[in-house]
Design a protein around this ligand. Structure first.
Ligand SMILES: *[C@@H]1O[C@H](CO)[C@@H](O)[C@H](O)[C@H]1NC(C)=O
Ligand SMILES: *[C@@H]1O[C@H](CO)[C@@H](O)[C@H](O)[C@H]1NC(C)=O
Ligand SMILES: *[C@@H]1O[C@H](CO)[C@@H](O)[C@H](O)[C@H]1NC(C)=O
Length: 369
């Protein structure tokens, strides 16, 4: 009886997928609103894991947003921090007996091999600021190739979009691989993937955006900017903006200058912090927003799109939507997708849980070997 009920439910699911209204599907003329699952959807699942991308697909994100680091043996891994943080990962064992580098927590990605990184359990710790995160004890830091392979299993027609960041810090060149290593190694994986032309390359370190455009002029780049990378307390040139100083742009407002600077490096998208304020050493105004209507207008005039991060509150999302932003990077893709639908936008399809989790199971078997 139960088996029959499951069978009926399974059929119903297939039927619902096939019969879902047109607004649930992509059409070449009518693109879905760009709801980006930040690190796969950090609000829902331990970040940047294959499991978080699985839930991003189930939740119907348009774009999977993620970070890259480069290991000491030159592998491109999907992780946000330059260093393995104790808030997110725990050591399990040395990669080989008497490894002098062990323990690995606290070490730099750039100083660990992929084999060492693969021993870490980064699925057992829930972030205190994201109390709804699902844990996946034993989850490993994936390589970019592994994430592409897993998502391709779910999405064989390659409809999902990507926003992939270089996690490099120009203030600390010794903590990561170089600009050249990032760009070449990331691009090698991008260009070998069927997703090559579905990838946006983003960074706070605009040097990598300039270098990537040189290597691959067709790749869209997204210039990330926040209050820490745009300004310096002593008004020196910020190391983040590829040698540009915001004051050398006509403005008149800071938001307009940021759009002009992003245009100057030939970026396609400006991605400002949507919830940040201009620091008090720059202006005497009280907590002026970094992302403004003037910024969005100027960016549009210059031919850039604007996709602010990391937006979780619908009040500010409503406000930025009034400014005309072209997408939202969020820790809660399911909630922002529902919001986008309510605004009358098309949204990306949700991927059926059954397929997503059977691909996940297959993927985990492959990486366990
Ligand atoms: C930083 O890197 C440079 C060259 O890459 C090297 O010469 C220098 O010793 C390094 N410094 C530290 C503190 O590791
Ligand atoms: C790695 O470790 C060495 C030795 O401890 C150090 O000199 C170097 O700066 C570290 N960082 C990188 C990115 O290699
Ligand atoms: C900050 O530096 C820029 C570039 O060097 C300069 O044009 C500008 O006048 C400076 N602003 C202030 C407030 O000193």
């Amino acid at each position: 009886m139960l088996a029959l009920a499951y069978l009926i439910l399974a059929f119903l699911e297939v039927f619902l997928v096939l019969a879902s209204p047109a607004q649930e599907t992509f059409a070449s003329t009518n693109k879905p609103y760009d709801v980006q699952a930040h690190r796969g959807g950090r609000g829902n699942t331990v970040e940047n894991t294959v499991q978080s991308f699985a839930w991003g697909l189930v939740d119907g994100a348009t774009t999977l947003e993620l970070d890259n680091g480069i290991t000491s043996d030159g592998e491109v891994v999907v992780w946000h921090d330059n260093q393995i943080l104790a808030e997110k990962c725990i050591d399990t064992r040395p990669a080989f007996p008497d490894d002098p580098t062990y323990p690995y927590v606290g070490k730099l990605i750039a100083n660990l091999t992929l084999a060492q990184i693969k021993t870490l359990d980064c699925g057992s710790k829930r972030r205190t600021d994201f109390p709804q995160q699902l844990l996946y004890p034993g989850a490993r830091i994936p390589t970019l190739q592994e994430v592409f392979d897993f998502v391709e299993c779910v999405d064989p027609s390659h409809r999902i979009l990507w926003n992939i960041e270089s996690k490099i810090n120009p203030e600390h060149p010794n903590r990561t691989a170089s600009v050249g290593d990032f760009v070449q190694k990331q691009h090698a994986i991008f260009s070998a993937s069927p997703y090559h032309r579905s990838i946006t390359y983003q960074s706070f370190d605009w040097r990598t955006l300039i270098a990537m455009k040189e290597l691959d002029p067709l790749i869209p780049t997204s210039a990330l900017i926040d209050e820490e990378t745009a300004f310096t307390p002593d008004n020196s040139t910020s190391p983040w903006l590829g040698g540009l100083h915001l004051d050398s742009f006509p403005g008149p407002s800071l938001g307009q200058k940021m759009a002009q600077a992003a245009r100057a490096i030939n970026a396609d998208i400006l991605s400002p912090c949507g919830t940040c304020f201009i620091p008090s050493f720059v202006t005497s105004e009280v907590e002026p927003d970094l992302t403004t209507q003037a910024m969005v207008r100027e960016a549009h005039i210059l031919g850039l799109r604007v996709k602010p991060f990391t937006m979780n509150g619908l009040a500010r999302i409503d406000e930025l939507f009034q400014f005309g932003v072209d997408g939202i990077i969020t820790d809660y893709p399911g909630i922002v997708r529902r919001w986008a639908k309510q605004q009358g936008f098309m949204v990306a399809p949700r991927h059926p849980k059954q397929r997503v989790f059977s691909c996940l199971e297959k993927h985990l078997q492959v990486i366990r070997g």
